[in-house]
Design a protein around this ligand. Structure first.
Ligand SMILES: [Zn+2]
Length: 151
């Protein structure tokens, strides 16, 4: 389970993102910072729609520039695209299992460093070197399961 977001986490994330963009000759613009802050503030999958709506609250950003920012963050490894939800999350930095709810935007990230060796050994049998492993498991989260059994 991820700990509560703190200011320190934000500064670390902002530094990571600034460095990641720096490595590809790009910089952390005000708009990218706003997109990163919106992503950091949520624990859910952000789609282009929810990200645009959340940015509209305090400043205007065109849909196409928000879409570009989401792709830029994904390209430098700060966001991860969740195909089954057509959205994005903050990318895990360690081996992780992603529990993706199909009924709500919740994604639980469970870090599983115990699986590092398993994944590396599996991949090496295909002569493949693992940089980062993340497995998506799609299903129903605890809250949604409770609602189904009540309703
Ligand atoms: Zn759910």
């Amino acid at each position: 389970m991820s700990p509560a977001n703190t200011l320190t986490d934000w500064q670390r994330l902002e530094d990571l993102a600034t460095a990641a963009f720096g490595r590809v000759g790009k910089s952390m613009t005000e708009q990218r910072r706003a997109v990163l802050l919106a992503m950091w503030s949520t624990k859910s999958v952000m789609t282009l729609e929810t990200m645009s709506a959340s940015l509209d609250v305090y400043h205007t950003a065109s849909r196409s520039s928000v879409a570009r920012a989401l792709v830029d963050f994904t390209d430098v490894g700060i966001f991860r695209r969740i195909e089954t939800r057509s959205g994005y999350i903050l990318a895990p930095t360690r081996t992780a299992i992603l529990l993706v709810c199909r009924s709500c935007p919740s994604v639980v990230i469970v870090e599983m460093t115990a699986l590092d060796t398993e994944f590396a050994s599996l991949a090496s049998s295909y002569e493949f070197r693992v940089k980062l492993a993340a497995v998506e498991i799609v299903g129903t989260c605890a809250d949604c399961t409770r609602q189904i059994s009540i309703g």
